[in-house]
Each structure stands twice: as structure tokens, then as C-alpha cells.
Design a protein around this ligand. Structure first.
Ligand code: KG4
Ligand code: ZN
Length: 333
């Protein structure tokens, strides 16, 4: 079964073709991030205007790269929420019109749940489907979303049933990276800049913390203020690289603490992570180290599927459609 995914929740415009909810045949992403850089943040009107311009081109390219024709598509999936309202509207209107023109079903998908589904996708159609499909049928997973707009923990049950366990009460982890980078005079989006700068610093020199209470919620707004004060102090005892390293460590400490706490509380031994901050190599290393100690397995999506993309939307949409008993095939056996 061939599924077309459409994703326009933030600054990306993406279209993808996924086979049987597993194999990514194409995944085209156009970003308007260059247009937002001078504002150090996404300007919704600019994002939506660019999406109107890109959406048909990106979809045509996804169809052609998958080596299929538009009429071969069996199902259309689109991001419903959360996201920028104008941007979401572009994707939803476009997906509705394709669905109507082809006479094929349309299904809407939650953006955060789709980020977690990215872990189940394979970019190589010659490979077997991910082992996560059969593992999920035995025991629930803990899913951690770390993106620019959200930081949330989910219990992921069979049939892709997601229950929210905790989330940030203020800023998201990615937002904290973006704001800390701005304070330190780095570029936008800030995550990759902080990661690079932190490599030159010593994480033990500037001690920061955002561990919070013994629940499953996060808070990252205080740490941005702490970074601001440290940067303003202009002390010769530490460099901006030390601040970046201390900041990155504090954010990852909090993510680790709450995610493994969720595993203990829910008796889960598999963690799946999604969202742009999951690209961070320090975060990956720390999660893998902790997982080894706790005898837990941790999964990250393929690097092409970590940031916003339509393949994750097509994949999850297929499973939701299938879960309603409408189609049968071999993808998740
Ligand atoms: O998931 P995503 O593409 O968009 C949203 O749905 O928000 O995530 C974007 C976020 C940005 O805040 C960006 O700074 C962060 O992901 N990010 C990173 C890294 N690469 C992207 N954060 C930390 N380290 C990175 N290497
Ligand atoms: Zn996202």
C-alpha cells in the first residue's frame, strides 16, 4: 500500500511516499529557515507564504523520486496539529484537494506522535521492517519528544496508542537551545551551534541545573535566564564554550532523569526518541550510556527522519488507517 504524507506544521514543507507504513520511497523537505534567520525565530506568515509556493513542487518531486504516478497512491495523510495555524492550513487544504481529486481516503495525524513513529521507518526498502513493530506488540514503550516547540513523554502502546505522561510547563528543550544560542551570539536554529560550541567547553566549569520536581514534567525557562546571567558576568573563570557545555549537560540531565523515571514507573524497557533535539550527538551518547546501565534499549530515528518530515506522517497515518480495520498487508508482522 502506497501512502502520501504531507507535513507543513512549522517552517518545513515536506511530502513523502511510504510503502506499507515501513519503507520510505521518497521524503522531500524544503525549509524556509533561511528567511527566518534574521529574526532568530520562525515568523508564521513568512512560513505559510513559502509553503504555498513549495507544496506542489515538493509533492511532484516526492512522487517522481518514488518512481510512481500520483494515481498509484492509496492513502493520503496530513499533519493536523500541533503547529502554526496558517502553515497547517496549507498542508491540510492541499491534502484534501488531492484526496478529492484522486478519490482516495485522507487521514490526519498528530505531529508529535509522528515524530515518535519515525523510529519505525526504514530508509532502505531492501531491508526487513523494523524489529520495533513486534516489540511494541509485547510491551509498551516510553516515547520522548524533544523538538523546537515541545518536550513531552508518552506511553506508547500497541496499535500506536499514545498517552501523554508529562510535558514542559514552559519552554521546550529545542526552544531553550535556540534562546541560549541567541544569548551567546550564535546562529539560528541554535541547537547545532550550541552542540558545536559545547565540544570546545568543559561541562564541569559552569554548573547549571533544570532537574525540577519528582514528576514527569519539564521546565526549561529558568535555565535560559541562568545562561543570560552567566554570559553577562563576563568572568575570566569560564568561556562561552563552558557555558554552552554546562547548559547542554543540564538540559540532557533533565531529559534523562524524567525519561528513565517514566520507564521505572511504567515498567518499560524500550525508549524511542523523536524531534529535532534528538539530532544532538551528546544527547545520544548520554542516553545510550544511561540505557546500558539501566538495561534499557534506546532508539533514535534515521538522521534523515529526525527533523520535521512527511515520511513520519505517512507512516503513522497508514498505521492509524490500518488500525481501523480497513486494510491488511504484511508490513508489521
Ligand atoms: O522537530 P523539529 O525539526 O521542529 C519542531 O517540530 O519544533 O526541531 C527543531 C529544533 C530546534 O529548536 C533546533 O534548535 C533543535 O531542534 N535542534 C537541535 C539540534 N539540531 C536541531 N538541538 C540540539 N542539538 C542539535 N544538534
Ligand atoms: Zn517537529
Amino acid at each position: 500500500m502506497l501512502t502520501l504524507g504531507i507535513e507543513t506544521s512549522c517552517d518545513e514543507t515536506s511530502a513523502a511516499v511510504v510503502k506499507d507504513g515501513s519503507f520510505v520511497l521518497s521524503n522531500i523537505v524544503a525549509s524556509s529557515v533561511e528567511l527566518h534567520k534574521k529574526y532568530s525565530g520562525i515568523i508564521p506568515e513568512i512560513a505559510a507564504r513559502a509553503q504555498v509556493e513549495y507544496i506542489s513542487l515538493v509533492t511532484e518531486e516526492a512522487i517522481s523520486k518514488a518512481k510512481i504516478r500520483l494515481k498509484d497512491i492509496d492513502l493520503i495523510c496530513v499533519t493536523k496539529e500541533p503547529g502554526l495555524i496558517g502553515s497547517l492550513l496549507v498542508g491540510i487544504s492541499f491534502a484534501k484537494s488531492i484526496s478529492f481529486a484522486l478519490g482516495k481516503p485522507l487521514i490526519d495525524v498528530d505531529h508529535l506522535e509522528a515524530h515518535l513513529y519515525a523510529n519505525f521507518l526504514s530508509c532502505d526498502k531492501t531491508k526487513r521492517a523494523s524489529p520495533l513493530f513486534s516489540l511494541l506488540s509485547k510491551k509498551p514503550f516510553i516515547g520522548l519528544i524533544v523538538s523546537g516547540g515541545h518536550t513531552s513523554l508518552f506511553l506508547v502502546r500497541r496499535n500506536f496508542n499514545f498517552t501523554l505522561l508529562g510535558s514542559t510547563i514552559d519552554d521546550a528543550a529545542g526552544e531553550a537551545f535556540d534562546k541560549a544560542a541567541k544569548i551567546l551570539g550564535l546562529g539560528y536554529p541554535g541547537g547545532p551551534f550550541i552542540e558545536k560550541m559545547a565540544k570546545r567547553g568543559d561541562e564541569k566549569v559552569v554548573k547549571l541545573s533544570c532537574l525540577g520536581l519528582e514528576n514527569l514534567d519539564f521546565s526549561f525557562s529558568g535555565i535560559k535566564t541562568a545562561v543570560l546571567y552567566k554570559a553577562k558576568e563576563n568572568s575570566s573563570d569560564y568561556s562561552n564554550a563552558d557555558i554552552a557545555a554546562g547548559f547542554q549537560k543540564a538540559v540532557v540531565d533533565a531529559l534523562i532523569k524524567k525519561t528513565f523515571l517514566a520507564c521505572r514507573r511504567k515498567n518499560a524497557d524500550i525508549i524511542i526518541i523523536g524531534g529535532g533535539v534528538a539530532k544532538n550527538s551528546y544527547l545520544k551518547m548520554r542516553f545510550k550510556d544511561e540505557a546500558k546501565l539501566e538495561k534499557i534499549s534506546v532508539y533514535f530515528p534515521h538522521s534523515d527522519l529526525t527533523l520535521d518530515n512527511a515520511a513520519m506522517v505517512a507512516g503513522l497515518g497508514y498505521q492509524l488507517f490500518r488500525g481501523r480495520g480497513i486494510v491488511r498487508d504484511s508490513a508489521s508482522k
